[in-house]
Design a protein around this ligand. Structure first.
Ligand code: PEP
Ligand code: MG
Length: 877
């Protein structure tokens, strides 16, 4: 039997969202509960997928079912396509599983032609309305189906208004609109080369195709990527009998929410326009009235609408976003969906629904989009100003928040300008550790190079600072402090605005508003903590970051990148001396300088965590990130080591690697220079002994993590130094101090040989940044350059450095667990790559049985919520 590709509204229900899309499922549901819905049918999302499989064609079987349903619809409505007495006019709208407002296309008034327009003009005794519908239809069809730009038609309207000496469309007469319709058709013929189609069935097939096609338009593709919506879902198409809001002053159209989508406050919120069609409200051609004013003009429809709102909220147990039309005083519902809302409103509504007895705590937790929480914790652009702005470029949204300020090109300038009260955005080719103070002083960071796990991105996320990385369209001239983007030259002091969530870059000033956390945040987070089964730790390198993370709910440190502890003023010098040492003696002397900083910082971390676990990862500096580049710094290093600048330059040269990410880093450093591991172990253990002496109640148990292990013997080799050093320190102090030694799993070979590695490791922590890099073979720093080509070619749907590749990288993780656990049942499991703060990846971590996820401080609440949602959806035994 043929598959069913088309459903009448009366055949569906709210649970059929996957097949009918959100709009179709809800139209069916509203039909089922007896609400006034103009009837019609839904062409399934599967038909859309089939359309793409068939090479962008609607196949004969689907076509036949659409035709059958036109006949059924004609029977139901008592109207007929193209009929001379009772013609059927329809709207054609997209509707994916997840709502994608404004991303895809809509066509209204389909079914009109030269004859039908005369019929409805005569029948309605309202020729103005009839011709208005017709000219709108020609305009929309030409734009959406045939892709003739809107502007040609708008120009014709403007010309007509000018000739008639009027300002608004509504002032044009029936005769004017008739002339316009003629001009539109002429324009269509000029552009397309054929007559405007008159057969409603032909019009309908064209419209259905256009909606399917719009699933793949550029803005939909970007929206899907930003919102985690798979391309494979496809969109459904809804064909619905028209209800007319533009038939006169007893007609109108509106959009309303049952609660305020900005604040969550209960009560009707929306807009209404008399004598108009839906698109007029959205397009903002006329200023609509507040929904409450509808009561005076349309008392009956308003009362009916209020009743419908109540029914729908109770039915869906969530805030609804509805579109409706009033035709000659009678209400028709065109759409309902769970409304989009700000993070603040999401929290408020979730709490209110629990208090109103409509939702359980678990359901309330499950309702909130974790990604939304970002906006509560970081400054954002003023929503109105943002809407009015057009981006001039796009990079990767590497660290969320909004920043607006004057452009500076060096970290020093950022510090200096900020000190005199200027707000600045630091624009760099790429960032290096010496930029850290400048990054801190800036409102945000924009880089030309670098991916989601590049230095700038990781550091900015740690600081909670807005960052857009990898905008390859910028032609940078750092030396002369200028760059070009979108045909404009930007110089120092010019204003720029960047959005670290979307990656968008704007010319000039867009005002920002500060982050705001309300009481509802704590309440929802407490529910999340109650239901989640994974712990949430943080990646923090300084006591200040650690404290912030604890405030945001972190239950431990999953990753302290010890090389990051040397970013600060003065410290980097000692660190560079260590890197640029040529003998063991020199290195030990430099390490002796480094050691007190380390111990002090470790003590700070232990104290911030008050006994909660702290994982210290041993040095893993891709050396290229740390060697000095400025002449002044090179001189400083030469002075400190009693060497000449030339000698230092030779050392720097010798440290250069063709592929530093796969070079002398991670445990390889500790293999070459065991004295580094020795110093770090000493600092870790002494700090723990000191803090436990000051705070016996903490009982801090340090965790030492060895990076970039790919071979059991590497781990054994380094661990030998660690254990010998630690045991000697503990014995010398005469205390008892348990400690753990574990490893990162970030090299595919480590995952493949996890059964061996687990015999030596107390814990595995998945370093999915490197694991992704080495599994795909994409450089973490350079992937940004070609990812957009991969999106366009449909090879990738997401950045695998931001959203875990569950198929490949995830398989390695599962393999490592299934190999490691049997040989070491106590093996503790976590993740500390950037994926630890991505909701979909967190869900995967829950599924594969990790004990904790670790992410940058500002993503801790997101991970808490995502972990709770995963546990609620699929609780572990
Ligand atoms: C990783 O590789 O996932 C990781 C956490 O380490 P880093 O980003 O410091 O290489
Ligand atoms: Mg790594």
């Amino acid at each position: 039997m043929a598959r069913k590709w088309v459903y009448l509204f009366s055949e569906g229900n709210a649970n059929m969202r996957e097949l009918l899309g959100g709009k179709g499922a809800n139209l069916a549901e509203m039909t089922n509960i007896g609400l006034p819905v103009p009837q019609g049918f839904t062409i399934t999302t599967e038909a859309c997928t089939q359309y793409y499989e068939d090479g962008r064609e609607i196949n004969a079987e689907i076509m036949e079912q659409i035709n059958e349903h036109i006949v059924k619809m004609e029977e139901i409505t008592g109207k007929k396509f193209g009929d001379k007495t009772n013609p059927l006019l329809v709207s054609v709208r997209s509707g994916a599983r997840a709502s994608m407002p404004g991303m895809m296309d809509t066509i209204l008034n389909l079914g009109l032609n030269e004859e039908v327009v005369e019929t409805i003009a005569e029948q309605s005794k309202n020729p103005r309305w009839a011709w208005d519908c017709y000219r709108r239809f020609i305009q929309m069809y030409s734009d959406v189906v045939m892709e003739v730009g809107k502007k040609y038609f708008e120009q014709l309207i403007d010309k007509m208004k000018e000739e008639k000496g009027v300002t608004f469309d509504v002032e044009l007469t029936a005769e004017d609109l008739k002339v316009l319709a003629g001009q539109f058709k002429e324009e269509y013929k000029n552009k397309i080369g054929t007559e405007f189609p008159t057969d409603p069935k032909e019009q309908l097939m064209g419209a259905v195709k256009a909606v399917f096609r719009s699933w793949d338009n550029p803005r939909a593709n970007v929206y899907r990527r930003d919102n985690d919506i798979p391309y494979s879902w496809g969109t459904a198409v809804n064909v619905q009998a028209m209800a007319f809001g533009n038939m006169g002053d007893d007609c109108g159209t509106g959009v309303a929410f049952t609660r305020d989508p900005a604040t969550g406050a209960k009560g009707l919120f929306g807009e209404f326009l008399t004598n108009a069609q839906g698109e007029d409200v959205v397009a903002g051609v006329r200023t609509p009235m507040h929904i409450s004013e509808m009561e005076q003009k349309f008392p009956q429809a308003f009362a009916d609408f209020n009743r419908v709102c109540e029914i729908l909220e109770k039915h869906y147990r969530d805030m609804q976003d509805m579109e409706f039309t009033v035709e000659h005083g009678k209400l028709f519902m065109l759409q309902t969906r769970n409304g989009k809302r700000t993070a603040q409103a999401a929290l408020q509504i979730a709490c209110d629904l629990v208090d109103e007895g409509m939702r359980t705590e678990e359901e309330a937790v499950a309702m909130i989009d974790p990604r939304n929480l970002d906006t509560l914790l970081h400054p954002q652009f003023d929503a109105k100003a943002l809407k009015a702005a057009t981006p001039i470029g796009k990079g990767l949204g590497a660290s969320p928040g909004a920043a607006c300020g004057k452009i500076v090109f060096t970290a020093d300038d950022a510090v200096e300008w900020a000190a005199r009260g200027e707000k600045v955005v630091l624009v760099r080719l790429e960032t290096s550790p010496e930029d850290i103070t400048g990054m801190k002083s800036a409102q945000g960071i924009l880089t030309v190079r670098g991916g989601m796990t590049s230095h700038a991105a990781v550091v900015a996320r740690g600081m909670g600072e807005c960052c857009v990385s990898g905008c390859g369209d910028i032609a940078m001239d750092e030396e002369n402090k200028k760059f070009e983007l979108a045909g404009k030259t930007f110089v120092e002091g010019d204003y720029i605005s960047i959005d670290g969530t979307t990656g968008n870059i704007y010319d000039g000033i867009i005002p920002t508003v500060d982050a705001q956390i309300a009481g509802t945040f704590g309440r929802v987070m407490a529910w999340a903590d109650k239901y989640r089964q994974m712990k949430v730790r943080t990646n923090a390198d300084t006591p200040a970051d650690a404290k912030k993370a604890v405030e945001l709910g972190a239950e431990g440190i999953g990753l302290c990148r010890t090389e990051h502890m040397f970013f600060g003023e003065g410290r980097i010098d000692a660190f560079r001396e260590m890197i640029c040492s040529t003998t063991v003696e020199e290195r030990e002397a430099a390490l002796a300088k480094v050691m007190p900083y380390q111990q002090e910082d470790f003590e700070g971390l232990y104290e911030a965590l008050e006994g909660a676990p702290v994982t210290i990862r041993f040095l893993d500096p891709p050396l290229h990130e740390f060697v000095p580049t400025e002449a002044e710094d090179i001189q400083k290093l030469a002075d400190a080591q009693g060497k000449t600048v030339e000698e230092i330059n030779v050392i720097i040269e010798s440290l250069k690697e063709f592929n530093p990410m796969m070079g002398h880093r991670g445990c390889r450093l500790a293999v070459s220079y065991p004295e580094i591991a020795k110093m770090q172990t000493t600092a870790v253990i002494r700090a723990a002994i000191a803090v436990n002496a000051r705070h016996p109640e903490y009982k801090t148990v340090p965790e030492i993590m060895i990076p970039l292990v790919g071979e059991i013997k590497e781990l054994k080799y380094v661990k030998k130094t660690v254990v010998a050093t630690a045991d000697a320190e503990i014995a010398a102090a005469g205390v008892e101090l348990p400690y753990h030694v574990g490893t990162m799993i970030e090299i595919p070979r480590a995952a493949l040989t996890a059964d061996e590695i687990a015999t030596e490791a107390d814990f595995f922590c998945f370093g999915t940044n490197d694991l992704t890099q080495m599994t795909y073979g994409y450089s973490r720093d350079d992937a940004g350059k070609f990812l957009s080509d991969y999106y366009d070619a449909k090879i990738l749907e997401n950045d695998p450095f931001a959203k875990l590749d569950q198929t490949g990288v995830g398989k390695l993780m599962k393999m490592a667990i299934s190999l490691g656990k049997p040989v070491n049942p106590d093996l503790h499991l976590g993740i500390c790559g950037e994926h630890g703060g991505d909701p979909a990846s967190v869900e995967f971590c829950h599924e594969i049985g990790l004990d904790y996820v670790s992410c940058s401080p500002f993503r801790v609440p997101i991970a808490r919520l995502a972990a709770a949602q995963a546990a609620i959806k699929n609780p572990r035994q």
